[in-house]
Design a protein around this ligand. Structure first.
Ligand code: CO
Length: 174
C-alpha cells in the first residue's frame, strides 16, 4: 500500500518511486493495529547470555576480572541449562552451562565454542508480544511462552528473523 492509498500527505513530498512512506508502518502497526504499543514494545535489556563449559570456572573468572557476583543461580530443566545471573546496572549477564551435549546450548558450544548466545529483552506481556510477532510474520522458535529462570516466562525468536541474533523475550513475574 502506498502513501497515496493511505492518504498520507508525505507521499507527495517523498520520492514517488519509493514504496509508501515512513508513516505507513507507524500508522498500520499502532493506530490501525489491535496490539497496544505499550504491550509489545521492548522495555528493558534484561540480559546478555553467554554459553560456557564450566559455570563455576566462569563465575570465578568474572569475580576476579570484574569484581561481580551472581544474584541467582539455578537449573532450568526446560532449557537444559544451569544458569547464573550476574547483575550489571539494570541488566544481567547470564552464564549458561548446558546440562548435557544433546541440549540447545550443548550443541551451540559443540559447533561454535563458548561465547555470546543470545540477548534478552523484557516485555510487558509475552503472550501479546508473540501474537504481535506472528502477525508481523516473524520467524519464531517458540510458538508459546515457556518457563525461564527467576519465575519468568520466556520465548525465543529465531536468529534468521532479525540481524542473525537469537532474541529471547522475557516477561518478569508479577
Ligand atoms: Co536467556
Amino acid at each position: 500500500m502506498t502513501g497515496l492509498l493511505t492518504g498520507c500527505r508525505c507521499y507527495r513530498r517523498r520520492n514517488r518511486r519509493t514504496q509508501g512512506c515512513r508513516h505507513r508502518s507507524a500508522k498500520s502497526r499502532t493506530q490501525g493495529s489491535r496490539f497496544s504499543l505499550r504491550l509489545v514494545k521492548l522495555i528493558n535489556l534484561d540480559h546478555v547470555a553467554v554459553a560456557v563449559h564450566d559455570l563455576d570456572a566462569s563465575l570465578d573468572d568474572y569475580r576476579s576480572r570484574y569484581r561481580v557476583e551472581p544474584l541467582y543461580r539455578e537449573v532450568v530443566e526446560a532449557q537444559g541449562v544451569e544458569e547464573a545471573m550476574i547483575p550489571v546496572g539494570g541488566s544481567f549477564v547470564q552464564l549458561l552451562q548446558p546440562l548435557g551435549a544433546d541440549t540447545p546450548v550443548g550443541r551451540f558450544i559443540e559447533s561454535k565454542g563458548e561465547g555470546l548466545h543470545h540477548i534478552a529483552f523484557a516485555v510487558a506481556s509475552i503472550d501479546i508480544a508473540l501474537e504481535h510477532l506472528r502477525a508481523e510474520g516473524a520467524k519464531l522458535v517458540d510458538e508459546a511462552a515457556r518457563p525461564g529462570g527467576r519465575g519468568t516466562r520466556i520465548a525465543f525468536v529465531h536468529p534468521a528473523d532479525l540481524t542473525g541474533t537469537l532474541i529471547e523475550l522475557v516477561e518478569l513475574p508479577g
